[in-house]
Ligand binder design. Structure first.
Ligand code: GLY
Ligand code: MN
Ligand code: MN
Length: 462
């Protein structure tokens, strides 16, 4: 855990952003896998963890803005718990470790909240995403579980987004630890990517490295020789020479900060000419948009840099044609890149997405695009020092999408469908790094993971 003062400082910073009332931050409960006594590995709620730090189930944090007091509600364990789990610190000790002086039992929370409601005090809470939390909070607040989202405090949502968006040195160090573990996951995956190996074997090896370093993967690994399917969790294929293998994964640090990395490699370790040509375009899109990443720039503009690099590269190969800038404004590049350049990264892989993506990636200055492809850009707003974002351009040949666009003769001035047809069996390529926006530019976080053609081939040949 971070120091008690870190959590106190975060709660005090939140106090400055939300005027009055009570802030309710329920932590997560255990979630049943297939029956109650067999839960998934416990994962704390990120907002609770950010402000109250404790990695235990069944706790609720309360920040009383009017009286300057913080509470943690939760129960001390009893002898039955000790028999099964061993001795645990008392609630008072746990609370001390995050600089909270007031504790009360879970049972007392009902009375505490009922008093607050009786006095018409303002109650602030964020959208809940787990059924258990929705039911508990609906019950405690006397609200219909299906309508509780209507009572979310936008004042609190905006305040949390403001604070969590700027990563401290301590948080950046945690993300870098997660990237450094990803280095091991990905270099292992690269070395295993030989013809005849099953995708699932590589997934297992990569997940094993994550677990061996303390935490599970930060999201289910995406790994496929059918990388044109963006989030492909089907891992039953055997690797074949001539295919590109997309590997998209990450881990969590012990304090729950994520990495999110993608590398795409040729099965067998040597790029053929066609693979190399497409790969170099994606790499250039990654590098050009990283070079454009600095404070004050809209991330949407970095996305455009990546799109233009891809359109320009595909034009050189004869798959696209016409004016590159016009093609991107029209959205023609989205046949090959139907998603956004990236998203915020932090305690959540898509950081704070539970608070509403629009509240994280957009603001009064910029609203999401409605254009196919760019509409999936999760982060469009102006960058600030301390933001951590992903940079993940790609080129995909999605036969079903090609067929639809071709049948509609979409953008004939920008797309050479005859040439595109030659790539129908190509698959896809994505390259993803985790980037910190610094005072005047940006830097790629963590130990550099092989990325150039030469680096990838050298690693795979080891
Ligand atoms: N891991 C999914 C993504 O890259 O957003
Ligand atoms: Mn990813
Ligand atoms: Mn990502």
């Amino acid at each position: 855990m971070f120091s008690p003062e870190t959590y106190l400082a975060r709660r005090n910073a939140l106090r400055k952003e939300v005027k009055s009332g009570l802030i309710l931050l329920p932590g997560n409960t255990e979630a049943a896998f297939n029956y109650p006594a067999n839960p998934y590995l416990f994962r704390q709620d990120s907002n609770f963890s950010y402000f109250f730090g404790l990695d235990h189930p069944d706790l609720v944090g309360v920040i009383d803005l009017d009286n300057g007091v913080d509470y943690i509600f939760g129960n001390d364990i009893d002898i039955d718990d000790i028999i099964w789990m061993g001795p645990q610190p008392s609630m008072t000790k746990l609370a001390e470790s995050v600089a909270v002086k007031n504790t009360a039992t879970s049972g007392q929370l009902a009375e505490f909240l009922s008093n607050a409601i009786h006095k018409s005090r303002q109650l602030h809470f964020v959208p809940f995403y787990r059924g258990e939390t929705i039911l508990l909070m609906s019950h405690l607040l006397g609200l219909n579980p299906l309508r509780i989202k209507d009572y979310v405090s936008m004042e609190l949502v905006k305040a949390i987004v403001k604070l969590r968006s700027i990563k401290s040195e301590l948080e950046i160090a945690e993300i870098e630890k997660a990237v450094d573990i990803a280095y091991l996951m990905f270099t292992t995956g690269m070395k295993m990517a030989k013809a005849g190996v099953k995708e699932q074997e590589i997934v297992g090896a990569m997940e094993g490295i994550s677990i061996a370093h303390g935490r599970p993967v930060s999201f289910p690994i995406i790994l496929s020789i059918n990388g044109q399917i963006l989030h492909n969790h089907h891992h039953e294929n055997y690797l074949k020479e001539g295919r590109m293998l997309v590997m998209d994964g990450g881990t969590e640090s012990k304090l729950l900060y994520a990495s999110d990395i993608t590398r795409t490699v040729p099965v067998g370790g040597k790029f053929n000419q066609r693979q190399k040509e497409i790969y170099e375009i994606v790499l250039k899109a990654n590098l050009n948009s990283i070079a454009a990443t600095r404070p004050g720039t809209f991330y949407k503009d970095c996305h455009t840099v990546a799109c233009e690099t891809i359109a320009s590269g595909l034009k050189e190969l004869g798959l696209m044609k016409g004016d590159v800038k016009e093609a991107v404004v029209a959205g023609a590049h989205a046949l090959f890149l139907p998603h956004g350049l990236g998203h915020m990264l932090g305690m959540d892989v898509h950081d704070m997405e539970g608070l509403g993506q629009i509240n994280v990636g957009y603001d009064e200055e910029i609203q999401p695009s409605t254009q196919f492809g760019t509409a999936y850009l999760r982060m469009g707003r102006r960058l600030q020092p301390g933001f951590v974002i992903t940079n993940e351009p790609g080129i995909y040949f999605i036969p079903e999408l090609i067929d639809i666009w071709k049948s509609e003769n979409k953008f004939p001035e920008f797309i050479n469908y005859q040439k595109v047809d030659e790539y129908r069996d190509f698959g896809g390529i994505r390259i993803e790094d985790d980037i910190l926006v610094t005072a005047d530019s940006c830097r790629v976080l963590g130990k550099p993971i092989p990325k150039s053609v030469a680096e990838v081939e050298a690693t795979m040949g080891m």
